[in-house]
Design a protein around this ligand. Sequence first.
Ligand code: LLP
Length: 442
Amino acid sequence: PLTAKVNSRDCLEIGGCDLVTLVEQFGSPLYVLDEFTLRTACRQYRDAFKQYYSGESQVIYASKAWSCLAVCSIVASEGLGFDVVSGGELYTTLQALEQMGIKERAGDKIYLHGNNKSVAELEFAIATNCTIIIDNWLELETLAKLGANTQKPIRAMLRLTPGIECHTHEYIRTGHLDSKFGFDPNQLEAVFTYVSQQPKLDCIGLHAHIGSQIFERQPHQDLAEVLVEWSKKASEYGLSVRELNIGGGLGICYTEADDPSSIEEWVKAAAQAVEKACKAQQLPLPKLIAEPGRSLIGSACVTAYTIGSRKEVPEIRTYIAVDGGMSDNPRPITYQSLYRTVVANRMSAPLEETVTIAGKHCESGDILIKDARLPKTRSGDILVVMGTGAYNYSMASNYNRLPRPAAVLVNEGEANLILERETYEDLIRQDRLPARLVEDTS
Ligand code: LLP
C-alpha cells in the first residue's frame, strides 16, 4: 500500500512528497521510506494474530532488514518486539528504545539470534534481559557457564533446523538440514537432556526459520506442526516450552510476476496450524511469535537515483548509468534479484525503450536492472527503484569509497532526514596512518 501517486507536475509522490523535490533537497541516491506503509504492515501482522490466534502472540521485527534509530522506534511504537543478530543491532535497538523513553525492561521483547555469538554479545544480551536464541552446542555450554554468575536463570529458546524445503533462492534457504543454523533434529534428545540439567537456563521455547522471500503458506504450516511436535517432546524432558517462534520469511512483490500470500492469509495459516497441532497433541497454546523483516519494510521504501551517462552497444543493448549501484543495493549482484523502476519526473511519458540500468561501480556485474522498459531518458532524470526497504541499506557498503546514501522518512507531505548522507570525511574517519609511513615519505 505504498502511498504513491502522480502529482500535477507529472512527478511521483510518496507520502505526499515529490521525489524530484526530495532529490533537489537531499541529493541522490536517496532512500525514501514511507512511514504509513511501514506502520500499516506492522498493524496487519499484529491484527491478524489477534484475529486468528486465540493464544498470546508477539510479532518481532527482524531488524537485519533495516536497522537504524528511526525504523526501530516506529516499529516499537507499533508494539512490535525485535529480532537482533549482533551486538550492533542490539545496541541500535536499545538506543532507539531509550530515546523513546523506554529504559526499564527494554529487553523483554528483544530476541538475540546468531550462529556464532561472541561471549561479549551474550553478556550484553543477558545484562539487558533479552531472550537468547541458542543456536549450537558451544553456545549452550557458554550460557550454562555464564548462568552461574547470574541471579535469575537466563531466558533462552532453542533454534532447530526443521528440514523443510521451500522454493526460494538457494542462498536464502535456511530451514533444510544442511544449514549452518540451529541444532540438527537428530540431536534433539541430547539437547533437551542437557538443557533440562541446567538450573540457570530457562528454556522458554523453540525457534525455527526456514527461509526468505517465500510466497506459499504451506511451508510455515508444516513448520508449525513440527515445532508443536518437538515442544511435546521437550515437555517429556521436563522443559516448559511456552513460546514458539516460526521465524520470518514471507515474500513481497518485487515485480508483477511475484505473487506472495498476504500478511493476513499467512498469519491465519500459521496460527491455525499451531492451534490444530496443539489440539492434536493436547498441549496448551504457546505464545506464538513471528519475526518478519522483508514483508514489514521491503515495500515501504524506494531508492531515487539521478541518471547520468548512456552507452549504446548497437544491436545489443543500451546502458543507462545511475549515481549509485551495488553499494546501496547489493541484491541484484548477490541474488540476481529483480526490481521495478520508473522515471519519477516524467511519470506519464510513454515507455519507448528497453534499457539496462547500470550502477557506477568498477564491476561489469554492477547492474541494477536488466531490460527495463522506460521512457526515453536524459541525463538528470530521476530514476526510482521500488521495493528497496529490505536488505538494501542494511547490506550497503562503501565499495569504491562511495559514501552511503541519505535516507528520508516521508509522511503526509513531510520529509525528515533519518540517515545522513556519509561524507568523504566519514570515509576516512576510522583510517589511521602510522607515523612511520609519514616520516618515510618526507
Ligand atoms: N529470522 C531469522 C532467524 C532470519 O534469519 C531472517 C532472515 C528473518 C527472521 C527475516 O526473514 P524475512 O522475513 O526478512 O524473510 N539478504 C537476503 C535475505 C537474508 C535473510 C536472512 N534472514 C536478501 O536480501 O534477500
